[in-house]
Write a protein that binds this ligand. Structure first.
Ligand code: SAM
Length: 342
């Protein structure tokens, strides 16, 4: 009877922290963008600095500079000791342009065109973004694949520990929607006698031409520009087919078609690599993948989140076996599956 007359005495309302975290999300992202755009991380790379000194180095007003630096400290991406600001390990690794795992080029482009987020309610109402990236894919994908290259190349090199592509003799690789060709480059670097057929859209494939040249493997690549749904592909010719982050923009039918094309292109016992951010099986446990699906919905005509169940179903239905999920580096997942022996 303790609650008679005071029924809610013991009720503690939930904290507003999750709501504040969302409100601050916009500001947090723009703080990081501004710091990158102003060259804050490179300016602190050799030696820490006070706000005064950094403002001098970058020719900025001191008060605004200090406010920005303190905000980056609040994000956990710089350290402040008394008046001195300095890079921490995360900033050195991910935010320097030539950091070991640089995401500096990825951060501005990863959410897709920023203005599409401000029109999300309209996109949900109408079922289509007003200005999808499909209208001008090269304008969006060229900076995207430049920005994602380092992360995807690291992922592709580490994938060798799980799939041992380096043990293949003279493998033939097919890379559909290759972007900067991080998977082909990693595989060709590991297999001195391998060859790759690299596909992407006309306006984007020059990124692959450039990246394969700077990584010294261009002479073992054939470039095949065009729509990956229609471009000519030899049957039964390849040891590895790569579908790297291409399925989630295609809609279920388009994605199935790409998986079927990969299957047809492989020789018996050849393997497909299907990399994406897979949702589930419990959506709550994979918020990164759920939000990546939303990024697709905000900016593409057919884009959607790919669940692990659906992706493995495409592979099974196309005829693949030995389907397994690997995580070569944190947050990067790929299904690897084999075409059965004849
Ligand atoms: C998210 S990027 C992935 C790039 C690369 N595979 C990777 O894993 O880093 C998607 C790529 O698919 C390409 N793409 C999109 N639609 C395409 C189409 N219809 N035909 C060929 N390539 C396409 C884009 O130009 C872009 O390079």
């Amino acid at each position: 009877m303790a609650h008679v007359g005071r029924p809610f005495m013991d009720y503690k309302p939930p904290a507003a922290a999750p709501v504040w975290a969302v409100i601050e999300g916009l500001g947090r992202y723009h703080v990081l963008l501004a710091a990158l755009e102003l060259g804050v991380f490179e300016a602190l790379a050799d030696a820490g600095a006070t706000a005064d000194e950094l403002a001098g180095r970058l020719d900025l007003p001191v008060g605004h500079t200090e406010a920005l630096l303190d905000s980056v400290v609040a994000l956990g991406l710089l350290d402040r000791v008394v008046d001195g600001f300095m890079l921490n390990d995360a900033a050195r690794r991910y935010l320097l342009v030539d950091g070991a795992a640089s995401m500096a080029g990825l951060i501005p482009v990863a959410p897709g065109p920023h203005e599409n987020w401000t029109r999300l309610a309209d996109t949900v109402r109408s079922g289509r973004p007003a200005t999808p990236i499909d209208d001008d894919p090269a304008a969006f994908y060229v900076p995207l694949v430049e920005g994602t290259f380092t992360t995807m190349w690291r992922c592709a090199t580490r994938a060798d520990f799980r799939m041992r592509y380096s043990a293949l003799a003279a493998p033939r690789i097919l890379d559909l929607g290759a972007g900067g060709a991080p998977w082909s480059i990693a595989m060709l670097q590991a297999c001195g006698d391998g060859r790759a057929t690299i596909n992407d859209l006309d306006g984007v494939i020059d990124v692959a031409r450039r990246k394969t040249a700077t990584h010294g493997v261009a002479d073992r690549c054939e470039f095949r520009p065009g729509d990956f749904h229609a471009v000519a592909i030899e049957d039964g010719a390849y040891d590895i087919a790569v579908l790297g982050h291409v399925c989630r923009t295609e809609g279920p039918d388009g994605a199935r078609h790409l998986v079927e094309r990969a299957h047809a292109a492989l020789r018996p016992e050849g393997r497909v690599v299907l990399a994406d951010y897979f949702v589930g099986p419990n959506h709550k446990m994979t918020p990164h993948a759920v939000l990546m699906g939303m990024t697709m919905m905000a900016s593409t005509v057919n884009g959607f989140g790919v669940t692990a169940e659906v992706a493995s179903g495409w592979l099974r239905d196309a005829g693949f076996e030995a389907i397994r999920l690997i995580e070569p580096i944190g947050f990067q997942f790929a299904y690897v599956a084999s075409k059965p022996r004849d």
